[in-house]
Design a protein around this ligand. Structure first.
Ligand code: NAD
Ligand code: GLY
Length: 366
């Protein structure tokens, strides 16, 4: 087992990482001094795979548990599902000593965290992320949210978990496409923060794509350390934490433009990272060789890497200009300055279209 600590004063917490940790969650929670009753929030497919082992571990440690299920999928990360979680907590007469556990991917993590932030003005919660994306990104850092019809994550709060438990074995049941989507965030961490880690990913990408346990565990541990360090510097995204949005400006626009149906979040981020890297190269911040290394790594991870031909750049960029993060018609991009470092730069819609239109694009998907 490895431990990565997120150091946030009184809100500090450990990320426990290793093989087979699901059966030790009760013990790990006791070690954190977590008492009270436990509400496990999950969705049916993930609960079928892992809830019983988790509940057994909690029972052994003396916890009383209730299982609360919401439907699977991003479309259910909404106030209706949130309401059903509150209903179950009230029905089970949970009090302020209660703890929620998020058992699942980022959708379950985000909604459970928001339920914990708001139920009885705030109860504790534990993250047990079961997708690669949630292990390296969503479960760490305390961003919680549900979606509104008008946009993703519009209703949310910062609320740090008290413990994150990552059982590597849960990745073995994850569909390949979901695993690859998580690799996009892994690559992002290397590009924005750590050239040595980027080199490790280049060396190990074949093993990673085959989901070899040792390589994957190392990548999850390093990514958690990188994310923890960024969150420690800027917990509430007043400035520096925004570097974690590398690739997300175009990624979000792609997701929104395609109705959140064509790309997984990580796939859209992969395409967005290549475009952000291309913008960086256009500004002289990244060499052609470095741009090619990023592109090659993304492709080797089994991720899409170019904006498909059937999507007009102008439409994407128009969507970005309407984004809540744009200001006076300019859009803030995270650019890389070489591999392992970043800077922020504002672009107008016209500038982005000019820069990106000069890049070759692949044939549309059939
Ligand atoms: P997800 O939660 O939808 O999970 C993907 C799919 O995998 C789902 O169908 C799920 O049921 C299934 N699944 C989960 N674990 C499994 C397992 N071990 N075996 C088999 N199937 C499994 O998607 P995700 O990519 O984990 O998370 C995306 C969400 O995370 C988005 O809502 C995004 O906004 C959020 N997010 C939050 C943060 C944050 O900092 N809070 C960061 C990144 C993303
Ligand atoms: N996923 C971006 C962040 O946690 O800030």
């Amino acid at each position: 087992m490895q431990t990565v600590t997120v150091n946030l004063g009184q809100r500090s917490y450990p990320i426990e990482l290793g093989e087979g940790l699901l059966s030790r969650v009760g013990e790990l929670m006791k070690a954190q001094g977590i008492g009270g009753r436990v509400g496990i929030v999950s969705n049916p497919p993930v609960a079928d795979l892992y809830a019983e082992e988790l509940r057994e571990s909690l029972r052994e440690a003396g916890y009383e548990t209730a299982l609360v299920l919401i439907p699977e999928g991003e479309a259910h990360k909404n106030t209706a599902s949130l309401g059903s979680i509150y209903d179950a907590l009230v029905e089970h007469r949970f009090d302020r000593s209660a703890t929620l556990i998020a058992l699942g991917g980022g959708v379950i993590g985000d909604i459970t965290g928001f339920a914990a932030a708001t139920f009885l003005r705030g109860v504790g919660y534990v993250q047990i992320p079961t997708t690669l994306l949630a292990q390296v990104d969503a479960s760490v850092g305390g961003k919680t949210a549900v979606n509104h019809d008008q946009g993703k994550n519009l209703i949310g709060a910062f609320h740090q978990p008290r413990l994150v438990v990552i059982d590597m074995k849960t990745l073995r049941t994850l569909p390949e496409r979901e695993f690859a989507a998580g690799m996009a965030e892994v690559i992002k961490h290397a590009v924005i923060q750590d050239a040595g880690y980027f080199g490790f990913l280049e060396e190990e990408m074949d093993a990673l794509a085959r989901m070899e346990a040792a390589a994957v565990e190392e990548a999850v541990a390093v990514s958690c350390r990188i994310k923890a360090a960024v969150v420690e510097q800027d917990e509430r995204e007043e400035d520096r934490r925004a570097i974690l949005n590398f690739g997300h400006t175009i990624g979000h626009a792609l997701e929104a433009f395609t109705g959140y149906e064509r790309f997984l979040h990580g796939e859209a981020v992969a395409i967005g990272m290549i475009q952000a890297a291309a913008l960086s190269a256009g500004q002289g911040l990244l060499s052609a060789a470095e741009l090619e290394r990023i592109e090659t790594l993304v492709r080797r991870a089994g991720l899409p890497w170019r904006i498909p031909d059937d999507i007009a750049l102008e439409d994407l960029v128009a969507g970005m200009a309407l984004d809540k993060k744009s200001h006076a018609g300019k859009i803030k991009f995270v650019l890389c300055e070489g591999i392992g470092s970043t800077r922020f730069q504002w672009f107008s819609a016209t500038e982005i279209v000019q820069e990106l239109a000069s890049r070759p694009r692949p044939a549309p998907k059939r």
